[in-house]
Ligand binder design. Structure first.
Ligand SMILES: Nc1nc2c(ncn2[C@@H]2O[C@H](COP(=O)(O)OP(=O)(O)OP(=O)(O)O)[C@@H](O)[C@H]2O)c(=O)[nH]1
Ligand SMILES: [Mg+2]
Length: 165
């Protein structure tokens, strides 16, 4: 029987969560650059092996969907916080992490400092200092970063022994 491991993608609207799901779960590298806010939630699946799939659950980041966040976090083995890498966005992401501290207790949390291609982006190291969770740089619109993104999630889960090696 297939086992599903839930990984939640959290973060403000426009951060790049849907783009990341497309990057990691689609067969095409044809990413749509037109922003369409996720209404509520979205989901993508990564097949890990014969028995295990990862469900990537995106929590729509626009503030009017925030009422769903605590519910959507429930049962997550890992939470990936996606942020734009400009200082204002990172500070907003820090507020989100502080606000959901209780819900995130005991869950492995990593952050993705996305849109590293944009001028004025903070380095992942500096973002990590502000967020207080392991942070990795990303350009989710760049299909060559697919393996990088995949490894961040799969290796993180393996480290936790949530998924059989
Ligand atoms: N320059 C650049 N743009 C990106 C990158 N990743 C995503 N984008 C763009 O940013 C916009 C928002 O991306 P989405 O993936 O829709 O953002 P989201 O986090 O899912 O937003 P919500 O669904 O509202 O929570 C889109 O126009 C993407 O093409 C990146 O690495 N670099
Ligand atoms: Mg989205």
């Amino acid at each position: 029987m297939t086992r599903y491991v839930k990984v939640a993608l959290m973060g403000s609207g426009y951060a790049g969560k849907s783009t990341l799901i497309k990057l990691l779960t689609d067969n095409t590298s044809n990413l749509d650059a037109n922003y369409k806010p996720t209404c509520g939630m979205d989901c993508g699946t990564i097949t890990l092996d014969k028995f295990t799939k990862i469900s990537l659950v995106e929590m729509g980041g626009q503030t009017h969907f925030e009422f769903m966040w605590a519910d959507l976090l429930r049962g997550s083995k890992m939470v990936v916080v996606v942020t734009e890498s400009n200082p204002k966005a990172v500070l907003k992401t820090r507020q989100i992490l502080q606000k959901y501290k209780k819900e995130l207790e005991g869950v492995q949390v990593i952050a993705i400092a996305n849109k590293q291609d944009l001028p004025g982006s903070m380095k992942p190291r500096s973002v990590e200092d502000l967020l207080g969770v392991p942070t990795y740089g990303m350009v989710a619109i760049d299909s060559t970063q697919q393996l990088h993104g995949y490894k961040l999630i799969v290796n993180g889960l393996r480290d936790m022994a949530q998924v059989a090696a």
